[in-house]
Design a binder for this molecule. Structure first.
Ligand SMILES: [Zn+2]
Length: 343
């Protein structure tokens, strides 16, 4: 009897989580019927969706070879589902607007207007600009440490002890923004996982780098000791998201803890060490902390384009510029200290 009661409770909880996973928009039976009908017929009102036009089990024998490819058919099905969801959402939102109702989320996202293939055009473009900012920042850092600052006479390597780590950081950041741009362009299961995994990898590495720099860890053995537990955790977390369950709530907590720890450690260190560029560091840290509020204060898209998430991506563009400026200052600062010591 006891066991049965527990089972019932577990089932009820399961249903509750299922319900929490869905958004109010896609919970609406009118929306659901619309998507169902659309996927069957490929028609909504006077819109006909090309990719829903021929069902996979009725391919004409004389059609071109690619039309018989399973991958091509899967691609068509993905597009059909995505287009049906989009058009039904827009239709429902128009009806809701006439009734004076405010926008609601569908499948975890606000109703955005598409531009060509872009599902969330503003966030996609801003992600690309963030990528560009990291690229130009990294390029000027590369030129600075390799060509403008003196090199160690024997090994011809940079005096700055964190050069290699910042290179890895740049690559991981650019990778994360690349997948963010792709994900905001087309939201599929695969692009979502690639975006989340890349963001976690970049956040995890930022934490490692922050600890190594602030604790002045220079020899390889200690660096490995610092990095290993975080690396192990981040790898496990990425595997969990990809191959077990894409748990949004848990992932949010992991990202928040890693992000906030990184920011706090940098901010405290800037005060303790009296680093010459500590103001730049503080502005970046507080800027990021402030813009993180945008992620929490989540408002629907203005004119169908600019939502809180897009603003958050916009805010990180100037902050990225300032951040790389701090990194370059740090390279100059450490190099001049080391050169003085060597003399
Ligand atoms: Zn984003």
């Amino acid at each position: 009897m006891e066991a049965r009661r527990w089972l019932a409770l577990l089932l009820a909880l399961g249903c509750l989580f299922e319900a929490l996973d869905a958004s109010p928009g896609d919970f609406d039976p009118l929306y659901r019927t619309c998507v169902e009908q659309c996927e069957k017929t490929g028609i909504i009102g006077d819109i006909s969706i090309q990719d829903c036009q021929f069902p996979s089990n009725e391919i004409p024998v004389n059609s071109p070879w690619y039309m018989q490819e399973p991958l091509y058919l899967q691609w068509k099905q993905l597009n059909c589902k995505s287009d049906c969801r989009y058009n039904c959402m827009m239709q429902r939102e128009k009806e809701r607007e006439k009734l004076g109702l405010s926008p609601v989320k569908y499948h975890g996202k606000w109703p955005f207007k598409r531009v060509f293939v872009f599902q969330e055009p503003l966030s996609a473009v801003l992600s690309a600009l963030n990528l560009l900012m990291h690229f130009t920042g990294w390029l000027s850092f590369f030129l600075l440490v390799n060509y403008k600052l003196p090199l160690r006479p024997q090994s011809k390597r940079t005096y700055y002890e964190y050069t290699g780590l910042w290179h890895i950081y740049a690559v991981l950041s650019m990778n994360a923004w690349f997948w963010s741009a792709i994900f905001h362009t087309r939201d599929f299961d695969l692009t979502e996982k690639l975006d989340y995994s890349s963001a976690v990898a970049s956040l995890g590495f930022s934490l490692i780098l922050c600890l190594l720099r602030t604790f002045n860890v220079k020899d390889e053995a200690s660096r490995v000791m610092f990095a290993a537990p975080i690396l192990a955790f981040v790898t496990t977390h990425i595997l969990y998201l990809n191959f077990y369950q894409l748990d949004y709530g848990w992932n949010m907590k992991v990202c928040l803890v890693m992000g906030v720890t990184t920011l706090l450690v940098w901010a405290i260190w800037a005060g303790i060490t009296r680093h010459p560029s500590r103001v730049k560091l503080w502005v970046t840290v507080f800027g990021i902390a402030l813009s993180m509020l945008l992620e929490i204060y989540d408002f629907p898209p203005y004119m169908g384009y600019a939502d809180a998430h897009a603003l958050w991506h916009a805010a990180t563009i100037p902050l990225t510029y300032l951040w790389w400026s701090f990194i370059k200052d740090d390279a100059v600062f450490r190099t001049s200290a080391l050169v003085k010591k060597a003399k």
